[in-house]
Design a protein. Structure first.
Length: 281
C-alpha cells in the first residue's frame, strides 16, 4: 500500500484543490474523502477576538466545505465515491468555552444536509455520511488556544482515537446517513432535544470545570490556531490512563428509526392501557 502525506491548510480552498489534484495524479482516483480537520479555542466569548473566531471557523467549518467541494467535483464525473464528514456531539449540544468550535460543527451539519439533498436530486451514486464523535484523547487539548489559565481536558468519559477511526471506517464502507459514536454522544443529542433549558443550566454549572484540569497552564504553552505546532506527535493525547479503548455504542440512522418507532409504539400502548383502565377519558 502506498501513502502520500500532503501538508495543507484546509482553510485555503485553493490549497485543498491543489492537494486533491496532487493526490489523484500520484495515487489515482479518490474513492473515500474524510473531512476531519479542526481548530478550537478554550475561552469565553468575551475573551475571544474576531480574528480568533474567524480562524477557528475557517479551519473547522470551511475546511470541511472545501473538502466536500474538492471531493465531489472529482466523484461527480465518475459517479461514485464516499465523503465522510466528522462531526461531534457538540454539533448538537453546545458547551461553554468552545463557542467557535461548536458553531462550526453546527454549520457543518447544515451544509451536509443541503448537499445530501442535492446529491439525491442529481441521482448521483456518491455517498455522503457524517460521524459524530464523543470526547477523544488527541493532542488537541495541549495545543489548542487556551485563555483559561488551566490546562484543558476532554469531558469524561474519554475514548481513544482508535474508536473514532473504526467508526469512520465503518461509515466509509457502509451506507449510513449518520453514525453517532459512544453513549455520551447519544445521550447529549437526545437529552438536548428533550430538555435543552435544563442542559443550559447544567452546563453553566459544570461546563467550565469539566473542560479544565487543576494544572496551571504554562505561559509558553503552544497554540495551533494560526500556525502549526512544531514537533512530532502521534494520535494519542495525555489521557491514555482514563480513555476507553472501545465503545459498544454506534448509533446509526437505522437504530434511530427503530428507537423512535419503539418509542411511539410504547406511547400508543401506554395510552391504550390508560384508556382501558379508565385513567384517561
Amino acid at each position: 500500500m502506498r501513502t502520500l502525506p500532503v501538508s495543507t491548510d484546509v482553510a485555503d480552498s485553493s490549497a485543498v484543490e491543489s492537494a486533491a489534484s496532487h493526490i489523484e495524479e500520484t495515487l489515482g482516483p479518490i474513492d473515500v474523502w474524510v473531512n476531519v480537520a479542526m481548530a478550537t479555542a478554550f475561552a469565553p466569548v468575551s475573551l475571544l477576538t474576531p480574528e480568533e473566531i474567524e480562524r477557528a471557523t475557517k479551519v473547522t467549518y470551511l475546511g470541511q466545505v472545501h473538502g466536500m467541494m474538492a471531493a465531489l467535483s472529482r466523484m461527480r464525473g465518475r459517479n461514485c465515491g464516499t465523503i465522510v464528514n466528522v462531526g461531534s456531539a457538540l454539533g448538537y449540544r453546545s458547551v461553554p468555552l468552545q463557542s467557535a468550535y461548536c458553531g462550526a460543527k453546527f454549520a457543518i451539519r447544515g451544509f451536509t444536509g443541503s448537499l445530501r439533498s442535492e446529491i439525491i436530486h442529481d441521482q448521483l451514486k456518491v455517498h455522503l455520511t457524517m460521524v459524530d464523535l464523543p470526547a477523544v484523547n488527541t493532542p488537541q487539548f495541549d495545543w489548542a488556544l487556551n485563555k483559561m489559565g488551566k490546562r484543558a481536558r476532554p469531558v469524561a468519559p474519554i475514548f481513544q482515537p482508535e474508536v473514532a477511526a473504526r467508526a469512520i471506517y465503518f461509515a466509509a464502507t457502509h451506507r449510513r446517513r449518520e453514525v453517532w459514536v459512544g453513549f455520551p454522544t447519544v445521550k447529549a443529542i437526545l437529552a438536548n432535544r428533550v430538555a435543552p433549558t435544563l442542559i443550559d443550566r447544567y452546563l453553566a454549572k459544570s461546563g467550565y470545570s469539566g473542560q479544565l484540569t487543576d494544572e496551571p497552564l504554562q505561559p509558553d504553552a503552544p497554540s495551533n490556531l494560526f500556525e502549526p505546532v512544531a514537533g512530532h506527535f502521534n494520535a494519542h493525547g495525555r489521557f491514555d490512563d482514563e480513555a476507553k479503548p472501545r465503545s459498544w455504542e454506534m448509533f446509526t440512522d437505522r437504530h434511530r428509526t427503530m428507537f423512535w418507532s419503539l418509542a411511539c409504539l410504547g406511547a400508543l400502548s401506554l395510552a391504550g392501557l390508560l384508556r382501558r383502565t379508565g385513567s384517561v377519558k
